[in-house]
Design a binder for this molecule. Structure first.
Ligand code: NAD
Length: 265
């Protein structure tokens, strides 16, 4: 495998990487010399400028590929486009995700379908497309950004919890299928990270719990996180870099919490 933090030639595809955790992971992987394929469902000058900035700041090659992760063929095309542009793929980070909060009996069907498609099925499609390229390179790294909600449930998040538990199951299965190929597959299960996704949940949570912003953050969102601190994007980037290193060659099929002690309870 083309591996190791000092190898400049590895290529990483990160889904949903124009903001939040995905962008942070892209920056972290660019920081160790990986070429980067950024992705989101939009297609504008800002997206391409982001790729240019990463390329310039880190001295790597970076491109932006527009692909909607709710569309199976777009997921597979994303991988194929990146592989043909960079002549292979070494690292796949499945990060794209959305959220909707509602009691299960009122949960809109279209939101259920979108969350399952983007948060779970997209990973199946990108992984299936990436494996032949990684096998050709005789190794690779697949990292799925699941959630503490891949290991624990919370009320009002039926689709998200179901999808993230599914990601953990998919991760284990893929790891076993690829165990003798030099390709590892792991899930990271973050607790609360302050990103646009979480910002967007705060008004809903304020409504559901009838609380002001500070109280909902402290008493509801971080109530389960014993450190009472958000996980940072940089900390998550560091864990992805580790999983993509030679030192993590025997780490496969795991669901690694980074959650301030949430799932220790
Ligand atoms: P975010 O909203 O900041 O970023 C999500 C990214 O996904 C964006 O770049 C967005 O453009 C992209 N995206 C959304 N729909 C897409 C689609 N259909 N096709 C392609 N791209 C799409 O969110 P975030 O908080 O950075 O979350 C990233 C991942 O981390 C998600 O899978 C989320 O479930 C997971 N996660 C987040 C937290 C947290 O506290 N923020 C905790 C645990 C897990």
């Amino acid at each position: 495998m083309r591996d190791g933090p000092s190898d400049k030639s590895r290529t990483a595809v990160i889904t949903g990487s124009t903001s939040g955790i995905g962008l942070g992971v892209a920056e972290a992987l660019a920081g160790i010399g990986c070429n980067i394929a950024l992705n989101s469902f939009t297609d504008n000058a800002e997206d391409r400028a982001l790729a240019e900035r990463i390329a310039e700041e880190h001295g790597v090659a970076a491109i932006y590929i527009s692909a909607d992760m709710s569309d199976p063929s777009a997921c597979r095309n994303l991988v194929e486009q990146a592989a043909s542009h960079f002549d292979g793929i070494d690292i796949l980070v499945n990060n794209a995700g959305i959220q909707h909060v509602a009691p299960v009996e009122d949960f809109p069907v279209e939101k259920w379908n979108a969350i399952l498609a983007i948060n779970l099925s997209s990973s199946f499609h990108t992984i299936a497309a990436a494996i032949p390229h990684m096998k050709r390179a005789e190794g690779g790294r697949i990292v799925n950004i699941a959630s503490a909600h891949g290991l624990r449930a919370s009320p009002f998040k039926s689709a998200y919890v179901a999808a993230k538990h599914g990601v953990v199951g998919l991760t284990k299965t893929v790891a076993l299928e690829l165990a003798e190929t030099g390709i590892t597959c792991n899930a990271i299960c973050p607790g609360y990270v302050l990103t646009p996704l979480i910002e967007a949940q705060i008004p809903d949570q304020m409504k559901v719990h009838d609380m002001d912003r500070d109280t909902v953050v402290r008493e509801v969102m971080l109530a389960k996180q014993p450190t009472r601190e958000f996980v940072t994007i940089e900390e998550l980037g560091g864990l992805v870099v580790f999983l993509c290193s030679d030192h993590a060659a025997q780490v496969t099929g795991t669901a690694l919490p980074m959650d301030g002690g949430w799932t220790a309870q």
